[in-house]
Design a binder for this molecule. Structure first.
Ligand code: SF4
Length: 344
């Protein structure tokens, strides 16, 4: 029988198994402490568990299902890790240290079906959804084995659309947030979506205080159709209405990500259109100069054009932040390391 990754289980599910073995219920919480607080990956090392229970756990479960294939460190401290799953899919996670925080950028799917133009992940197509355990494997690797060995924030902005793998990602989020798991505050966890409206509606009813970030990248349907094919299913008007409804339901401000691509969406008219579209909404916009992707002819605008875009948007009263692309020298843009690796 193939062993299951124990990180697929909630505490309650493990308690049920432990109790069916006629072991004391509190041992389940001890197991969680070893895994999530101490980073232990071997049941034999869980010294406060009875030997018989350690044996039963080892016979039924594994603790980690990802193997590290490749790691790269940027001169700015960003570290990127490429993992191989047991069925030979490649999965990326990135650790991004910045002033007083370390953010883990986590993948939720192997490959991606959404085919955004600025993103290398869509190039190789969709393979499968990641399990809750695989998502948590990524998180725990960054926490325990990256150079900084610390994580304060989690963003689901790696490969894949998190709301397209809703149940597994939500279960992982609850474990990341739980005091029995990683105990990272909900407001330090961000789901980033390409604009999957049904998933946003579902998320708004979860009662979670997590952040929602929406990849916008254009201020009109014609341009967004070109950049993000999902726009043909959920066009801008519907998406912005869904964001307003999300705010109304959760009282949580939505963040819009806007990648500035030279010659496509970074002119002054686009900035003004974007400002008009978001008027009256409690939101913020992150401007991100594109990481160059030669295969897709994607390049960032000149610095002066970026400044003009930002100022035009500020004039419309929108809260704007210009983000620095991180890990450029290790190709830490969405899916880029995986693409290079698989092309060899
Ligand atoms: S940006 Fe996100 S949704 Fe779009 S192709 Fe890349 S991984 Fe998929």
């Amino acid at each position: 029988m193939q062993k299951e990754n124990i990180k697929n289980l909630s505490l309650k599910e493990l308690q049920e198994i432990v109790s069916s073995w006629e072991e004391k219920l509190f041992h389940a919480r001890q197991v969680f402490r070893w895994i999530y607080k101490k980073g232990i990956e071997d049941f034999a090392l869980m010294s406060d568990l009875p030997p018989g229970l350690r044996k039963k756990l080892a016979e039924r479960f594994i603790i980690n299902s990802l193997q590290l294939s490749k790691a790269a460190q940027s001169s700015d401290g960003t570290e990127k890790f490429l993992f191989e799953s047991s069925d030979h899919n490649f999965i990326e996670a990135v650790s991004i240290p910045a002033k007083g925080r370390v953010t883990g950028c986590i993948s939720t799917q192997a490959g991606c079906k959404f085919g955004c133009a600025f993103c290398a992940s869509g190039k190789l197509g969709f393979r499968r959804n990641l399990t809750t355990a695989e998502v948590l494997d990524e998180v725990l690797y960054l926490k325990n084995k990256s150079s900084v060995k610390k994580l304060t924030h989690i963003v689901f902005m790696g490969t894949g659309e998190p709301l397209d793998n809703y149940a597994e990602v939500l279960k992982a989020i609850r474990m990341i947030n739980s005091p029995d798991g990683l105990n990272i505050g909900a407001r330090r966890i961000t789901i980033s979506t390409a604009g999957l409206i049904p998933g946003m509606e579902k998320l708004s009813k979860e009662g979670l205080q997590i952040e929602l970030s929406v990849s916008l990248h254009a201020a009109d349907n014609k341009t967004r159709d070109l950049i993000m094919p999902i726009n043909k299913i959920y066009p801008l008007d519907n998406l912005i209405s869904a964001c307003r409804a999300y705010f109304k339901k959760t009282n949580r401000q939505v963040t819009f990500e806007y990648i500035l691509i030279k010659g496509l969406n970074s002119d002054l008219q686009s900035a003004q259109k974007l400002g008009r579209m978001l008027t009256g909404m409690d939101c913020k916009v992150n401007l991100i100069p594109a990481n160059p992707i030669t295969e897709q002819q994607v390049f960032p605008p000149e610095s002066k054009d970026i400044a003009l875009f930002k100022n035009a948007l500020l004039k419309t009263g929108i809260n704007v932040t210009l983000r620095k692309p991180r890990g450029k020298d290790i190709e830490a843009a969405c899916g880029q390391l995986r693409l290079k690796y698989e092309k060899r």
